[in-house]
Design a protein around this ligand. Structure first.
Ligand code: KG4
Ligand code: ZN
Length: 398
């Protein structure tokens, strides 16, 4: 079975093609492409939804054509689908996406055969609505013309599933760790630009949020603090790089928000405000351009605060829920200080991080989440019924 997967929830347009081996619950990665829009959004200091949508629209057809190049197996295109009488019936469903619709038709019409695709997995939510809709509509159009089912995927479930992929996923026949090799219950700490959640996983596909942030997400706080220190969006990785050069400094002390709240809720907006006041005060002393070492020290203290809070709450949940496997995923799981601290703390349970290439948004995590559904016997849905859901929550019925 050939599975195409699509991710457009934020500022990456990503697509992959995998060959699923249903018996082995595994797949081989045939193509995997991500186009990042980071440079386009950097000038706005964050992701600009209308721009993200425009870029996804431009990128999706390009990625699709790239994926179809040098096919692995061919299948015929049903020309009846392009009859005017048929087109008239479905055009109203794609009013919002006329341009993309026309581009896909004109491309598909010219082909007599294309790469075989048996199903499409697409991110349904959560994310930016205009960005999500672009991917969803692209998938719906293809689903109609190729007469194949759609698997709507929760983006956060995608991040959880990113840990299934082995490090050398591109070059091997079996890209995933055996699904039965994981011990339950699991706990996932999901830390990205839009989310900070602790999720209890009873078994694959059964998710329950036990706590989350009340305001800013961890990645968002990293980006905002980085901006205060003069770094371009997304500043998270840059802030973490300078934090490595930081030293303990008595002048620079930040709070550990909600550390002792006795629940699994987080709050990071106060921490961001504390950094703002700290920076203002330090500027009075050192001048408008803070010395590099001071910036490094702030970054270090900020990272320490975030990691201490995440670690403390996660430790509590691991104990309370008798967790056997801990997953850390989402863009911020790339942070090396965080990885080191978690590795030191959780020596006695299985601790899993995504391989470096798959920490940020990508299409392979969407394919692996779809595989978990296929493995459970799900067959996907009809293109007519699929909607993007920008506020979709993990564990919520789709
Ligand atoms: O999961 P992701 O790629 O996109 C969302 O779904 O939001 O996460 C992106 C976030 C950004 O806020 C980025 O600054 C942050 O992850 N990030 C990091 C690091 N790498 C990415 N934050 C801290 N340290 C890093 N090394
Ligand atoms: Zn993400």
């Amino acid at each position: 079975m050939y599975l195409l997967s699509i991710e457009t929830s934020c500022d990456e347009t990503a697509m992959s093609l995998v060959k699923v081996n249903k018996k082995k619950n595994n797949f081989k990665v045939l193509r995997n492409i991500t186009i990042s829009q980071i440079n386009i959004h950097a000038q706005f200091g964050g992701v600009f939804p209308a721009l993200a949508k425009r870029e996804h629209k431009k990128n999706l057809p390009l990625l699709f054509q790239e994926i179809l190049k040098e096919p692995f197996s061919l299948s015929k295109i049903d020309k009846n689908k392009f009859l005017q009488s048929n087109l008239e019936k479905i055009i109203p469903f794609f009013e919002r996406e006329k341009e993309m619709f026309k581009r896909i038709i004109s491309f598909l019409k010219k082909q007599s055969e294309i790469q075989k695709i048996d199903a499409i997995a697409v991110t349904q939510g959560p994310g930016l609505a205009p960005a999500l809709w672009t991917g969803v509509n692209f998938a719906r159009i293809l689903s109609y013309f190729l007469s194949i089912p759609l698997f709507p995927i929760n983006h956060m479930e995608g991040h959880v599933s990113s840990i299934l992929l082995k490090e050398n996923f591109l070059n091997i026949e079996e890209a995933l760790f055996p699904l039965n090799s994981f011990s339950f219950p699991m706990l996932a700490l999901l830390i990205s630009g839009g989310h900070t959640q602790l999720v209890y996983i009873k078994e694959w596909g059964e998710y329950k949020i036990i706590g989350e942030t009340l305001d800013d997400a961890v990645g968002e706080s990293f980006d905002k603090v980085a901006r205060m220190l003069g770094m371009e969006y997304p500043g998270g990785p840059k802030l973490s790089a300078i934090a490595k050069k930081g030293k303990k400094n008595e002048e620079i002390v930040l709070p550990r928000p909600m550390l002792h709240s006795r629940d699994y809720r987080f709050s990071f907006s106060g921490l961001k405000t504390a950094v703002r006041y700290l920076v203002e005060n330090l500027k009075k002393k050192y001048g408008e351009n803070l010395p590099e070492q001071i910036k490094n020290d702030i970054a270090r203290e900020f990272e320490h605060s975030i990691v201490e809070v995440l670690l403390t709450k996660t430790k509590k949940a691991v104990k309370e829920f008798n967790v056997q496997t801990l997953i850390i995923a989402g863009g911020v799981s790339a942070n090396s200080f965080l990885r080191k601290e978690f590795q030191k703390t959780f020596e006695n349970i299985e601790l899993l991080f995504p391989t470096n290439l798959l920490c940020g948004d990508n299409a392979l995590m969407i394919a692996s989440a779809a595989l978990l559904k296929i493995q459970k016997g799900e067959r996907g849905m009809n293109w007519k019924n699929l909607e993007a859901k920008s506020r979709l929550r993990i564990g919520e019925k789709q």
